[in-house]
Design a protein. Structure first.
Length: 288
């Protein structure tokens, strides 16, 4: 299998596996802090097991590569997870996932603000268009008294953009370290502020399926895949979650997005997809 095909297979499979995340959050139906505890605890434990299996012959050297950038990325990851759960539980899944699809554009703006990177005309155009569309989703959500979810989803998208930026600035960060540390931090905070053991058997079963099987496997695949793909293609594949996620929620709990949400969400997907295609063309011209 060629590296490009391998990258598409790994990344695409990872995105499709994580796409029911929003549906699981809705079906579990517990406060965000309680679910954060189990997402942190179980994913962290699974990642520690993976570290022991993969690095058993060179574990001291792996530990020595620990840095403050790992802690920064882990802290952002914890905030991202919390905001994502709040966004999914306090507004429609279609709204939250559409806003999350704008992450590549927020990452470009963060690079401009903090790293001095120049933005192309099509990035500015896409960013302004997406902000206008998010405003449309926010207006619809406020009319339905779900503005908190939109704000949280917007925060999650910006946090995810910051998370990707940290990895871009510090490419030598060991992602497994980040996942393990983020799990520990999230679990400790949630154990202090939440009541994570007040779950019914059904809720706990769904939680374990999500946190022990779906999240770790999809995370590993989505970490491996981008090594073989340009960033623009990764951005396009990640959009699959915003397409399939609302469908899973529709099948699971019967939630039908409003026409305005569908229209704005579809426009965001098209805009981000167009931006990824334009970025890919520019990268190919620069490399030729």
């Amino acid at each position: 299998m060629k590296p490009h095909q391998k990258g598409i297979l790994l990344t695409g499979t990872g995105v499709l596996l994580i796409s029911p995340d929003a549906a699981f959050i809705r079906l579990i139906g517990v406060p965000a802090m309680d679910l954060l505890f189990w997402r942190g605890t179980m994913v962290g434990l699974v990642m520690c097991l993976v570290i022991l299996l993969r690095e058993r012959g060179d574990l001291p050297a792996f530990i020595k590569r620990f840095s403050w950038a790992v802690v920064l990325a882990a802290a952002i990851s914890v905030g991202l997870n919390f905001l994502f759960i709040v966004g999914i539980t306090h507004t429609s899944a279609a709204s939250a996932l559409a806003i999350l699809a704008a992450t590549p554009l927020f990452a470009a703006v963060i690079g401009w603000l903090f790293l001095g990177e120049r933005l192309s005309w099509f990035t500015w155009t896409a960013a302004l268009a997406v902000l206008a569309l998010i405003a449309g989703i926010a207006g619809e959500a406020l009319a339905q008294s779900s503005g908190v979810g939109v704000v949280a989803a917007l925060g999650a998208s910006i946090a995810l953009a910051a998370y990707f930026t940290v990895f871009r600035v510090y490419p030598d960060i060991r992602r497994l370290q980040v996942f393990a540390i983020a799990g520990a931090i999230g679990a400790m905070i949630a154990a202090t502020l939440g009541t994570p053991f007040d779950f019914s058997p059904r809720q706990m079963s769904l939680t374990l399926v999500l946190t022990v099987l779906i999240m770790p496997v999809s995370t590993v695949l989505m970490t491996m895949g981008p090594r073989y793909l340009p960033a623009a293609e990764v951005s396009l594949l990640i959009l699959l979650e915003s397409v399939f996620g609302p469908l899973w929620v529709l099948f699971a709990v019967g939630e039908v997005p409003s026409p305005i949400t569908i229209a704005c969400g579809a426009a965001i997907l098209v805009t981000v997809g167009w931006h990824a295609v334009m970025t890919g063309r520019r990268e190919r011209r620069a490399g030729s």
